[in-house]
Write a protein that binds this ligand. Structure first.
Ligand SMILES: [Ca+2]
Ligand SMILES: [Ca+2]
Ligand SMILES: [Ca+2]
Length: 180
């Protein structure tokens, strides 16, 4: 994939996750993102969905630090993240690294517990991450690959995976809002 496309995707995602806006990703950014998501959906931290999301993000931080924090300063810089995306983001690793996170996010967003995300449930998840409702709606339409009007956990996982390891297309470029 073109280096430019990877840099654009990396920087887009980075900005969403760098909650405190200091240009680096720390464990506290992921904790803040989990807290914000739970608050947005109205779950207590100690609820089943709350614990699941918090634990998934805590584990994600450990995996991310291991894979990306090259200088071991407990922070992931933009450069470290880009370098990971350029050199090490592989489809075959996505199942192990990403699935626990996407499943926990999916469960949090599946408000009516029917095992599927409606476009509005999905949009609510993206809004929790700071995206506008129109961006969120666009994202939902692109992830629903079988066009049944609902997002399955598999569709959600694949969309996130393809965002990280796939080509930058009109589908993958909108999973977390439009990549500029
Ligand atoms: Ca930060
Ligand atoms: Ca670092
Ligand atoms: Ca649902």
């Amino acid at each position: 994939m073109a280096i430019d496309a990877i840099a654009r995707k990396s920087d887009h995602w980075f900005k969403l996750v760098d909650v405190n806006g200091d240009g680096r990703i720390q464990h506290s950014d992921l904790q803040a993102l989990a807290d914000r998501t739970l608050k947005h959906f109205g779950y207590e931290k100690g609820s089943a969905k709350g614990r699941r999301l918090t634990e998934a993000y805590d584990r994600a931080w450990v995996s991310m630090a291991e894979a990306m924090d090259a200088d071991r300063d407990e922070e992931i810089s933009k450069e470290e993240f880009r370098s990971y995306m350029e050199n090490n983001a592989k489809k075959e690793n996505a199942e192990k690294l990403l699935r626990p996170v996407t499943d926990a996010e999916f469960a949090a967003a599946d408000v009516d517990d029917d095992g599927l995300l409606s476009p509005s449930e999905y949009a609510k998840l993206l809004q929790a991450w700071g995206l506008s409702s129109s961006e969120a709606e666009k994202g939902a339409g692109n992830i629903d690959t079988n066009r049944d009007g609902q997002i399955s956990s598999e569709e959600y996982f694949r969309a996130c995976r393809d965002f990280f390891v796939g080509e930058l297309t009109s589908r993958t470029g909108q999973v977390f809002g439009q990549v500029k």
